[in-house]
Design a protein around this ligand. Structure first.
Ligand SMILES: NC(=O)c1ccc[n+]([C@@H]2O[C@H](COP(=O)([O-])OP(=O)(O)OC[C@H]3O[C@@H](n4cnc5c(N)ncnc54)[C@H](OP(=O)(O)O)[C@@H]3O)[C@@H](O)[C@H]2O)c1
Length: 317
């Protein structure tokens, strides 16, 4: 009985492997637009796809980021300035993409741009910080998608949205987790709405990786700043000891980030080049073997596990 079961599972994985390794044709003629290419996953993906021969159109927030990327890639890769929070910037980038792709349409749109700081408790975050995170991670992603969708539909192409494992289970990171849950919901709806038009939507859910977003100095500096600027009653309520312990948990978490960014960009590449892309890609060991299983546990049990490492606040009731 167990042998039959094992054989069935083995057969399932074999068939899946065979199905997923089929690659779409004429990759060299296909255009892919990526947001947030100055650093991290977006930057690596742009270089990776350029090496593979695709026509990469890279959205960069800064001129410096664009120059550095161009210096590392072929003449086929082109960059454009893009701030996903500014509609005029999104409209201009869409027009720029349209001029390049022409009647072929845009094969791939990768919504990658994102921010996280400060990684603070919700009560320590200012409303400006919260809105900013939502504006970049969720509203910006929706703006870019809406603007470029007609081009993707023309190519019957792919949309790849970068969420996070925090979009599956909100373990910390306050509004960042909310923004990524929004990305998951938006992508699920979009996938179902567009399936009859030949457009496929994939979601990438990375665990913790070392990028610009998880830069130790910058992240810890912003956590400290959020705490220092929090109202006095909030600081009294949590207490300095609580903050020091939280700070150390974040520090240890940042130290454990994986440096193998290819685990994520390989998923993005697969979503863009496989005939049968997956709906969801969980990238990283922490995502696959800790956070995803945790997300299926009863909420009360998940709460216990996720809050285990924090001490009690000063004014506990
Ligand atoms: N690193 C992780 O552990 C991790 C885990 C899960 C999910 N993610 C997600 O992965 C994506 C890429 O992040 P990353 O880790 O590669 O971090 P990153 O190195 O900081 O890359 C994010 C990119 O987005 C750009 N950006 C920021 N604000 C923007 C705006 N308003 N308009 C356009 N671009 C903007 C940044 O530009 P500047 O560099 O010029 O600021 C940067 O190039 C994000 O969506 C993030 O949420 C990351």
């Amino acid at each position: 009985m167990w042998l039959y079961l094992a054989a069935l599972v083995g057969l399932y994985y074999l068939l899946r492997w065979h199905r997923e390794r089929q690659v779409v044709s004429h990759l060299r003629d296909k255009y892919v637009f990526i947001t947030g290419c100055d650093s991290g996953f977006g930057n690596l993906l742009a270089r990776q796809l350029d090496t593979r021969g695709l026509r990469v159109l890279a959205g960069c927030l800064t001129e410096k980021g664009a120059e550095q990327l161009k210096a590392q890639t072929s003449d086929r890769l082109e960059t454009v300035s893009l701030d996903v929070t500014k509609m005029e910037s999104v409209t201009a980038a869409t027009q720029w993409v349209k001029e390049r792709v022409g009647d072929r349409g845009l094969w791939g749109l990768v919504n990658n741009a994102g921010i996280i700081d400060p990684v603070a408790f919700i009560e320590w975050q200012t409303i400006e910080d919260s809105l900013n995170i939502l504006k970049v991670n969720l509203i910006g992603l929706i703006q870019v998608t809406s603007s470029m969708l007609p081009l993707v539909r023309r190519a019957q192409g792919r949309i790849v949205n970068v969420s996070s494992i925090l979009g599956r289970i909100a373990s910390f990171g306050g509004v960042y987790s909310c923004s990524k849950h929004g990305v998951e919901g938006f992508s699920d709806i979009l996938r179902r709405e567009l399936r009859h038009f030949g457009v496929k939507v994939s979601i990438i859910e990375p665990g913790y990786f070392r990028t610009g977003m998880t830069d130790m100095k910058k992240s810890l500096g912003r956590v400290k700043q959020a705490w220092e600027e929090a109202p006095i009653h909030i600081k009294e309520s949590y207490g300095q000891q609580f903050f020091d312990a939280y700070y150390n948990v974040i520090k240890e978490g940042l130290m454990r980030c994986s440096t193998n960014l290819n685990l994520v960009t390989d998923c993005m590449e697969h979503a863009l080049t496989s005939v049968h892309p997956r709906t969801r890609y969980s990238a990283g060991w922490d995502a696959r073997f800790f956070f995803i299983p945790l997300s299926y546990l009863p909420t009360s049990l998940a709460d216990c596990i996720l809050t285990k490492y924090f001490p009690k606040p000063a004014q506990v009731v």
